[in-house]
Design a protein around this ligand. Structure first.
Ligand SMILES: Nc1ncnc2c1ncn2[C@@H]1O[C@H](COP(=O)(O)OP(=O)(O)OP(=O)(O)O)[C@@H](O)[C@H]1O
Ligand SMILES: [Mg+2]
Length: 306
């Protein structure tokens, strides 16, 4: 099956100061498969929005290219099958319902089907009571919800969302998480950039970490979070002070040791007359992984080509 989105050796340089160029993306390649929820992570200025804007055809790459739904970046037909939410939602000052209908019409929709779809999608993002209000008066979170509604109105095959939940309250985040999972259930592909790592951990099948324009980590979320370096051992029948930093709870003693010492530690438990209840690899958080792969970061915006 063709990938839903493919970045192929993409390099983008912005002109900054006279005779200076800033390399925002550096030979960046990535394949997003159809039907997955893909998390696109990276510190501020890593190049995430740049990659997304290139995929949407808003600007040209310095070199390299890519495909979206099987068509080269910028293809107008492929664009109609995509829902896009920008990181800074900028919308015409219209009533919410009219605005969402307007975006549906841009994608070739119309008539009573579009009217119903606009109402339904506004209800799905929790704006049913605000649909007649002008979005010019909306709060940041409400704007982000309208932005999501316009991205979803055409029932897109591929959703590209640049920080879709940054302004949302906790309740709305749950709603959006459910919308994303439903979309995947319906066979859609979702590519989202986010700084909310705990949310990414909950919904994304795979994640990529971009750092200074380069891909520095890629993998299944589950695999990346499984640390092979440490294991948690739970035992019974030993004193809690037998191992450093051991925690006693309900007759059990648990502690974490480096994987390479596991064998010796288990033998020690047995030699103390204890019984091993479980040995499990320690799961780290996405936040730990993120800090690890982006360690030694220079300040935001640095890292360009001279
Ligand atoms: N239009 C532009 N002109 C010049 N430089 C730009 C432009 N857009 C982005 N950049 C620079 O390119 C680099 C990458 O920016 P980009 O917006 O892609 O990062 P990002 O990963 O989306 O960051 P954030 O998490 O803050 O949204 C930054 O150094 C930024 O200053
Ligand atoms: Mg960005």
């Amino acid at each position: 099956m063709a990938p839903a989105l493919e970045f192929e050796s993409l390099t983008k340089e912005y002109r900054s100061f006279p005779r200076r160029r800033l390399r925002a993306l550096d030979d960046f390649s990535l394949r997003v498969e159809a039907g997955e929820i893909f998390g696109f992570l990276g510190p501020n200025g890593a190049g995430k929005s740049t990659a997304i804007h290139l995929a949407m055809g808003f600007m040209r790459a310095t070199s390299g290219g890519g495909h979206m739904l099987g068509k080269p970046f910028g293809d107008a037909h492929a664009r109609r099958r995509v829902g896009f939410l920008a990181e800074n939602v900028a919308l015409y000052h219209r009533r919410a319902e009219r605005l969402v209908r307007f975006y549906g019409a841009l994608n070739g929709m119309g008539g009573s089907y579009l009217a119903k779809r606009a109402r339904d999608i506004l209800a799905a993002v929790g704006l049913q009571d605000q649909s007649k209000r002008n979005v010019g008066k909306f709060s940041r979170g409400m704007l982000q919800r309208v932005g999501l509604a316009q991205a979803l109105v055409n029932d897109p095959e591929l959703l590209i969302l640049d920080e879709p939940t940054s302004a949302l309250d906790p309740l709305a985040r749950v709603t959006v998480r459910e919308l994303l999972l439903q979309a995947r259930e319906a066979g859609k592909t979702i590519f989202l950039s986010s700084h909310l790592l705990s949310e990414v951990e909950l919904v994304c099948d795979r994640v990529a970490v971009l750092h200074r324009g380069k891909l520095v980590r890629l993998g299944r979320t589950q695999d990346l979070l499984q640390s092979t370096e440490r294991v948690e051992i739970v035992a019974r029948g030993i004193a809690p002070d037998a191992f450093p930093e051991a925690v006693a709870r309900g007759g059990l003693v648990s502690f974490v040791v480096p994987t390479h010492t596991q064998r010796a530690v288990l033998e020690r438990v047995w030699s103390l007359g204890g019984e091993v209840v479980s040995v499990n690899p320690v799961r780290r958080s996405l936040e730990e992984l993120f800090l690890e792969v982006t360690a030694g970061s220079r300040s935001v915006g640095e890292g360009g080509a001279p």
